[in-house]
Design a protein around this ligand. Structure first.
Ligand code: ADP
Ligand code: ZN
Length: 512
């Protein structure tokens, strides 16, 4: 490992390894295949670049992103490390030339797009090389359970039998749940104990969830209060991006925008303006950000909730890459859940819809949890929880905690009486005694729980309270043609009077 440390110092100019790096490098040098789960910016690249320098032969890096490949190869060349890439931007002749360099032993790292592995001729060419290590970047793409499944990633398995000895594999990802990790390990033949998960806690990020804000007003106000700061605003749809962009340009902000509906040229130009600080705000869909390494992003504001926690933390994590205090704000509105639901149902095949909806639900739960937000994220990614972070909006809210057991029992009892076959809006309407025609049709006005929360709360309050009960695991959601709620095992304990329910005072809509 001493030699590895010297390499770190010599080629990269760093004095010490970060958490997890040394262990991964050691395992890799010993020929043990490993899975490395580290957040964006955690320093995954060095985990295979240093072994690549030390091992005899050529390390192959599978990477799905053309722009990322090019950046990495340029950075390596600048550090005097012979590297190249092969992807669809190269001509056949350039591919040949690169392969010749590789066979002559002039390269230490070769980045390859996964689609290449579908070509038998290409595999044949590879088989004549000495390959000690295969690094699989964005390894979650191999799993159907991941949020970005790419069938071509399955071709990586063809590499395992290409040489007399199977190369060591190093799978790397920033966004894998325990189930996805299991899948990656199985598909790439990695031992469970060779998994290294580290550093999801980002000490410089303050996470905030805001419910019930007037979003436009909030954004304008936030930008006014943080005049000098560079930030990204993420929205779920192109239409929303355009609308926010127009609103901010009208008010004189230096703003850029990015989404898949813009021409490639315009997107590049807008991205450039943001990277060069000519525009201080980037308004974008999730199409923006992969492979972007802009260190001085002080805030990432989600105008709408993304479709899952992986996407959220990846996007939010683009704030504060320089380690300075930065803010990640999420503006939640229940209507956005419908938007995401719609997007999921549009773009996914049948088999995945239920699974994606379950992931969406964990995102909704995150927005309604009352515990430390940082810990909610750590636990989602299977990392051990730490002390409450002390920086997030839940750690920092001074609201008093009240006993809401009785109200919880009323809601749960109502769900049971309605046969556990309805969605939360319908349940809320029964609880406040709505005169809605559907309710009359189903005969719900005769239930003892009909109107039991009338006068006390609005239908929206009750909806929020139901979200809270879901986030607490007392109610669960079943995703069918439309989502219905039912009482969980823990919820039954509340009904039986065996369990208390505590809640922070309801959030009041702040007037800015
Ligand atoms: P990831 O691929 O996990 O998103 P990178 O490999 O791009 O992260 O690393 C993020 C940044 O951290 C890079 O600028 C990299 O040079 C830097 N870095 C990596 N390892 C170290 C280290 N041991 N000490 C200091 N900086 C590091
Ligand atoms: Zn916290």
């Amino acid at each position: 490992m001493e030699q590895a440390r010297q390499m770190l110092q010599h080629h990269f100019g760093y004095d010490a390894f970060r958490q997890g790096q040394a262990q991964i490098i050691e395992q890799t040098l010993q020929g043990q295949s490993s899975l490395c789960v580290m957040p964006t910016g955690g320093g995954k690249s060095i985990c295979y670049q240093i072994p690549a320098l030390m091992l005899e032969g050529l390390t192959i890096v599978i990477s799905p992103l053309i722009s990322l490949m090019q950046d990495q190869v340029e950075a390596l060349r600048a550090a005097n490390i012979p590297a190249a890439y092969i992807n669809s931007t190269l001509t056949a002749q350039e591919v040949d030339e690169t392969m010749q360099l590789a066979s002559a032993g002039y390269l230490k790292l070769l980045y390859i797009a996964p689609e290449r592995l579908e070509s038998t001729t290409f595999l044949q060419a590879l088989s004549s090389l000495t390959v000690p290590l295969i690094a699989v970047d964005e390894a979650h793409c191999i799993s159907q359970w991941g949020h970005d499944f790419r069938p071509s990633y399955r071709s990586i398995q063809k590499l395992f039998t290409l040489w007399p000895q199977k190369p060591t594999v190093l799978a790397l990802t920033a966004t894998a749940t325990p189930a996805v990790c299991e899948d990656i390990r199985q598909l790439l033949s990695i031992d469970e104990q060779a998994t290294v998960i580290t550093g999801f806690a980002r000490d410089n990020l303050a996470l905030t969830v805001l419910i019930g804000e007037n979003k436009e007003r909030y954004i304008k106000n936030y930008l006014m209060k943080n005049k000098q700061e560079v930030g990204i605003i993420y929205a779920a749809t192109r239409k929303a991006v355009d609308a926010i962009y127009d609103m901010l340009s009208r008010s004189g902000e230096a703003v850029a925008k990015y989404h898949a509906g813009l021409s490639e040229e315009l997107r590049m130009a807008e991205q450039e303006r943001f990277l060069k600080d000519e525009a201080r705000i980037m308004v974008a869909t999730n199409a923006f950000g992969m492979g972007i390494d802009k260190s001085n992003v002080r805030f990432v504001l989600h105008y709408q909730m993304p479709r899952n926690m992986e996407s959220y933390y990846q996007e939010a994590g683009r704030a504060g890459r320089d380690g300075l205090p930065s803010a990640c704000l999420l503006l939640y509105a229940s209507g956005d859940v419908q938007t995401q639901r719609f997007l999921i149902e549009q773009t996914q095949d049948e088999a995945r819809i239920t699974q994606e909806l379950a992931k969406l639900q964990t995102m909704v739960d995150y927005c309604h949890t009352e515990g430390c937000l940082q810990n909610a994220i750590l636990s989602y990614f299977g990392e051990e929880q730490e002390e409450p972070c002390g920086r997030c909006s839940n750690c920092n809210d001074g609201r008093a905690v009240t006993d809401v057991t009785e109200d919880a029992q009323k809601v749960l009892a109502c769900v049971v009486r309605m046969g556990q076959k309805f969605g939360k809006t319908m349940v809320a309407q029964v609880l406040i005694g709505s005169k809605n025609q559907k309710i009359a049709e189903f005969g719900f006005a005769r239930l003892s729980t009909y109107g039991i929360l009338k006068g006390q709360y609005s239908s929206k309050d009750v909806s929020n309270f139901i979200e809270f009960l879901i986030a607490e695991g007392l109610l669960a959601v079943k995703h069918g043609t439309f989502p219905t709620i039912y009482v969980s095992a823990e919820g039954k304990e509340v009904l039986l009077g065996n369990r208390q329910v505590m809640r922070k005072e309801a959030v009041t809509v702040k007037k800015l």
